[in-house]
Design a protein around this ligand. Structure first.
Ligand SMILES: Cc1ncc(C[n+]2csc(CCOP(=O)(O)OP(=O)(O)O)c2C)c(N)n1
Ligand SMILES: [Mg+2]
Length: 397
């Protein structure tokens, strides 16, 4: 798969925030580490699972909070840009599901790859694209990580195979990435994320079969947010125990609203895959706050009370915040300061997303191939083809 990276879109936001943290930490008497108990994991075809006792250090507490809150804020901005008609086309928000991306990324190594569906903004950010790179991509501008030519569902960066709009299609693609890793003796795993709706697709089971047959390093992650478009998983699936639906593939159910539980389950899954045992399935129980896409108000197939209740009782950011403050890893003032810094960063990225230029017309047929094997691209008729040129840098070749 060919992907193109705007070098200036690299995610430097986390780094700049982290620099400010140790100075603040030096002044106060914080706990350096704390332990928490996660909800029990449910296991399929496994004798032992991840530990329910997890430890968290202060540095990671601040990092995860920054990432969780950063994604939430960025998605709120994306929603507003869409309502202002500055983002056009598709836009599926990740709000509510942040702990899955943040928890998983915390356990992945640099050589591990990720592929997901169209709800891709948070993952793109976690895989290294800056907020500016994401938001300008959403508005189709040249600072976007695909130079504005991919948009919401088609963002990529190193080891991130994107955004995929065909429900379930990323699962066999991710299996192929894992096959390439095994073939090339790269000690990596490929995480393929899909929804509860996609979990009913035939191609998912075909991919499971090959992955187990060849013991590929695949972590299949079913992000069960309870709904596929306008249908609840209860109405659409004969079995909603997605972690057990790989039959001969081991699986783990994890509370996808708890960033630490997700991190622990992912660590376990990476170890499982890299020890040669082949694929594993994680079902992350989560929730999406917004409608399916922007045209869906999200309240015709579920009640406002249900959404409100999740916000109040299971929200991944509020619950994490409560944990890290109660255990004295951080202070509320410190989190306030981070929230302000994140707001400023998102505001700056949003401004850029509104004012940045679009790429010129002739670039629209550029960067289709990593190497220009086909110098001409077919136009709307075959008689006046357009030029193919390379503009950006190809990555993940
Ligand atoms: C092959 C295919 N069929 C149908 C669609 C239309 N469609 C887009 S998203 C979606 C629901 C998927 O739900 P789920 O997998 O639970 O993901 P979520 O939106 O909850 O993240 C459907 C049916 C599509 N994009 N591709
Ligand atoms: Mg779903």
């Amino acid at each position: 798969m060919k992907r193109f990276l705007d070098m200036f879109s690299k995610n430097t936001f986390n780094l700049s925030l982290q620099k400010t943290i140790p100075a603040a930490a030096a002044k106060a008497n914080y706990a350096t580490e704390a332990s928490f108990e996660t909800k029990p994991f449910r296991l399929h075809k496994l004798d032992d699972g991840p530990s329910t006792n997890v430890t968290l250090n202060r540095e990671d507490a601040l990092k995860y909070f920054t990432q969780l809150h950063g994604i939430r804020r960025m998605e709120t901005s994306a929603g507003n840009l869409y309502k202002e008609k500055i983002i056009r086309g598709f836009c599926h928000l990740y709000s509510g599901q942040e702990a899955v991306a943040v928890g998983m990324k915390a356990a992945l190594r640099p050589q591990d790859a990720v592929i997901t569906a169209y709800r891709a903004h948070g993952w793109t950010y976690m895989m290294g694209v800056s907020m500016k790179g994401v938001l300008t991509e959403l508005t189709g501008r040249e600072s976007g990580c695909a130079r504005g030519k991919g948009g919401s569902m088609h963002m990529y960066t190193e080891n991130f195979y994107g955004g995929n709009g065909i429900v379930g299609a990323q699962v066999p693609l991710g299996t192929g990435v894992a096959l390439a890793m095994k073939y090339q003796k790269i000690d990596g795993v490929c995480v393929s994320l899909y929804g509860d709706g996609a979990a009913n697709q035939g191609q998912v089971f075909e991919a499971y079969n090959m992955a187990k047959l060849w013991n590929l390093p695949c972590i299949y992650v079913c992000e069960n947010n309870g709904y596929g478009m306008g249908t609840s998983s209860e109405r659409a699936a004969a079995s909603t125990s997605y972690y057990s639906r790989g039959d001969y593939i081991p699986g783990i159910w994890v509370d996808g609203m708890d960033v630490l539980a997700v991190r622990e389950a992912t660590k376990f899954a990476v170890e499982h895959c890299t020890s040669g045992k082949g694929p594993i399935i994680l079902e992350a129980a989560t929730y999406r706050y917004s409608g399916h896409s922007m045209s869906d108000p999200g309240t015709s197939y579920r009640t406002r009370d249900e959404i409100q209740e999740v916000r109040q009782t299971r929200d991944p950011i509020t619950s994490f915040k409560e944990k890290i403050v109660a255990s004295n890893l951080v202070t509320p003032e410190e989190l306030k300061k981070l929230e302000t810094e994140i707001r400023v960063a998102v505001d700056e990225a949003t401004k850029k997303a509104k004012t940045d230029k679009e790429v010129p017309m002739e670039e629209l047929t550029g960067d289709i191939y990593a190497t220009t094997y086909e110098p001409k691209i077919r136009n709307i008729t075959p008689f006046n083809p357009l030029d193919h040129k390379r503009y950006g840098q190809a990555v993940n070749l």
